[in-house]
Design a protein around this ligand. Structure first.
Ligand SMILES: Cc1cc2nc3c(=O)[nH]c(=O)nc-3n(C[C@H](O)[C@H](O)[C@H](O)COP(=O)(O)O)c2cc1C
Length: 361
């Protein structure tokens, strides 16, 4: 349904600062795994074109990208591990910058949400040795998750260092920052969640202990590239990827410590009226980014309301950007949107990736 054009003073179109990021608007692109990188995790010509097309976003948060080989969850995800990966990100960053955008690379260690065939025969690692229920996509189709091994206490600094090294790489490649993926059931969430983390060392049990590893990863990454270039994504209580969480107080404990580090932003995946939004906003003095799963509906005016009510400083949207490279223009003009095609979300080529049309003219 065509809507009225946005007024030029719409909160959506106002600039916003998040640490070192000076975003031209408040409509950010949410991280979207698309499984089209080269098999070694290198962003390729298609990736360059896909991100270049979406440079209208205030900030592009990239697809989840593994900070280490064992951190890969799915085939053809992007990586931030090798020189070749770095060269690929250099081309993406140049293209996005040339069109006036900002690029944040999401660092996603999948932890136990993986399969040994995806990680060259290695065993996935986690906060726990318990296998995640459910199946995962592999080159041989859907298979049960491989049972992980619990990381030993003395291995954890090394994993934090991998995040820091990956962040150094992508910033050297020209990215404007990184987002630590501590949401959606992947490794960092596996430490936060009381229903998954069954450790008896100082990284399990109390909220302070469950937050400890995430804080250490954030600190190591901030030391590597500057806290003002590090954001973090959280999804409190989101049951995705076999997460169970009863004690959400871990998030207030965590965010209060992240505030001391001075990270660039907190990016929360939650319903706008979930009490956790206000609770975390209260302990987080910095830039607050919200993704409520706005989905495919034309949620423009609802987003503008959330911004003008101060519920968030910026919003991230996923599928609308996936299907509309010129989403900011479309929402500014009140134009209709392309519908995302779920069949082409994960894997494949240009179809459903770089061929969504822009508005004519
Ligand atoms: C195809 C696809 C891939 C996704 N990949 C990621 C990812 O790599 N990292 C992440 O944090 N969230 C990922 N998500 C979740 C989105 O960032 C977003 O939270 C979700 O799509 C809801 O927002 P939306 O309704 O605006 O799309 C993905 C979602 C989709 C549909």
């Amino acid at each position: 349904m065509t809507q009225k054009p946005l007024p030029s003073d719409s909160p959506l179109l106002q600039p916003v600062t998040a640490g070192a990021l000076q975003a031209k608007n408040r409509l950010w692109m949410a991280p979207l795994t698309r499984n089209r990188a080269d098999a070694d995790g290198t962003p390729n010509d298609l990736s360059v074109e896909y991100y270049r097309q979406r440079a209208e976003a205030g900030v592009i948060i990239s697809e989840g990208s593994q900070p280490s080989a064992v951190g890969q969850g799915y085939p053809n995800t992007a990586g931030a591990v090798t020189d070749a990966n770095e060269a690929g990100w250099t081309r993406v960053a140049e293209a996005v910058h040339a069109d006036g955008g900002l690029l944040v690379v999401q660092l996603m260690h999948a932890g136990r949400i993986s399969h040994t065939s995806t990680i060259a025969g290695e065993t996935p690692v986690s906060s726990t040795a318990t296998r995640a229920a459910g199946q995962i996509f592999t080159v041989d189709g859907q298979q049960d998750h491989t049972p992980p091994r619990a990381l030993a206490t003395d291995e954890l600094p090394g994993v934090a260092a991998e995040f820091a090294d990956a962040a150094r790489r992508v910033v050297r490649a020209g990215a404007d920052g990184v987002e630590l993926h501590a949401a959606n059931g992947y490794l960092l969430h596996q430490f936060l969640a009381d229903g998954v983390n069954d450790r008896t060392d100082s990284y399990g049990g109390t909220p302070e202990n469950r937050a400890r590893f995430v804080v250490e990863v954030a600190k190591a990454t901030a030391d590597a590239i500057g806290a003002d270039r590090v954001g973090i994504r959280l999804s409190p209580g989101h049951p995705f990827n076999d997460i169970t969480e009863d004690d959400l107080s871990v998030y207030e404990t965590l965010v209060a410590q992240l505030a001391e580090l001075g990270l660039a932003y907190v990016h929360l995946l939650a319903e706008a009226d979930d009490p956790i939004v206000g609770k975390l906003r209260a302990v987080w003095p910095g830039t607050f980014v919200l993704n409520t799963g706005f989905g495919v509906d034309d949620a423009r005016d609802e987003i503008a309301r959330l911004l003008s009510d101060g519920v968030a400083d910026a919003v991230a949207v996923g599928r609308p950007f996936l299907a509309n490279p010129d989403l900011v223009t479309r929402w500014t003009q009140g134009a209709d949107l392309n519908e995302p095609n779920q069949e082409t979300f994960y894997g494949g080529g240009a179809e459903g990736y770089t061929d969504y049309p822009r508005l004519a003219g």
